[in-house]
Design a protein around this ligand. Sequence first.
Ligand SMILES: NC(=O)c1ccc[n+]([C@@H]2O[C@H](COP(=O)([O-])OP(=O)(O)OC[C@H]3O[C@@H](n4cnc5c(N)ncnc54)[C@H](OP(=O)(O)O)[C@@H]3O)[C@@H](O)[C@H]2O)c1
Length: 290
Amino acid sequence: MTTHCDPFRLDGVRALVTGASRGIGRATALAFAQAGAEVALSARSRGALQETAALVEAHGRTAALVPGDLAGPGVPEAVVDEAAAALGGLDCVVHNAGVLPVREDGTPVMVPLQDSAQTDWDHVLSVNLNATAALCRRAHPHLRESSRASVVLMSSLAGVVGTPRMEAYGASKAAQIALARSLAVGWARQGIRVNALCPGWTRTDMTSFAYSLEPLSDWLTAHVPLGRWAEAHEVAHAARFLASPAASYLTGQALVLDGGVSVPDGGLAGIAKPPSPFPPDDPRGEERSS
Ligand SMILES: NC(=O)c1ccc[n+]([C@@H]2O[C@H](COP(=O)([O-])OP(=O)(O)OC[C@H]3O[C@@H](n4cnc5c(N)ncnc54)[C@H](OP(=O)(O)O)[C@@H]3O)[C@@H](O)[C@H]2O)c1
């Protein structure tokens, strides 16, 4: 008799999820727990991590807290060590923690590179990129021991398209994609898959400055062919897929989840009615639908 295993399940997978205190990271930890994974949760805010842990445990799964500031020297390594110790090894790393440069009031600094501060560049690169390398390096011995190893790097649409006024962020996210590709090839024969996930505009604390301002939110979604923001759980489900046996032949890819923004000409779908190519009195112009 053959048993049928759901390839989208993550039963018994031991996963470290960074940035798990809120937003996409919390949703990812929950999606993994719903799929059967045991998770180690990392971020700076211990209280918020405990809330995520309670949600994970409500699904009957283990949640270990491994808090830390990933911008700190030696912290990514300590987070991996503690996660592996708590879960008895690691099969999966989801490096989701990421930052935009922000002011003291939490609003993002969006200025051209020539007006930006090197300290902002350094901080963004430390969390988004340097921590990626440190986490992957430290996790490698554990992943090599696993028969279902994978890494998911939470990159961004900003790593795929140009992002004026967000150069540090865009550069860090593009570098994550490059790292995912290089590691995917380098680690393939060790059975470790590595992919990047590139969400577009997703409603979380990071983007509240934009979706809470109706004119700005409307302007942004007008450029999204699907016509709306993504929700954190939609990104989480894609992360779960990338980590699952359903994606067992998928490595070195940047999966773009942006409602169609980056599809060539897809942005034109946001324009209600394109200009007619016909003269104004030509009846063929009326056939054009919005
Ligand atoms: N929202 C979007 O539209 C969007 C689009 C594309 C890609 N992304 C990417 O998706 C990921 C999650 O974003 P989100 O929207 O969920 O953002 P968010 O709500 O701001 O959450 C960011 C997470 O990163 C953690 N974090 C920030 N700085 C950290 C540090 N120094 N050390 C450790 N953890 C740190 C935060 O926890 P603590 O504050 O508790 O440390 C939090 O859990 C990020 O990598 C982001 O770049 C987001």
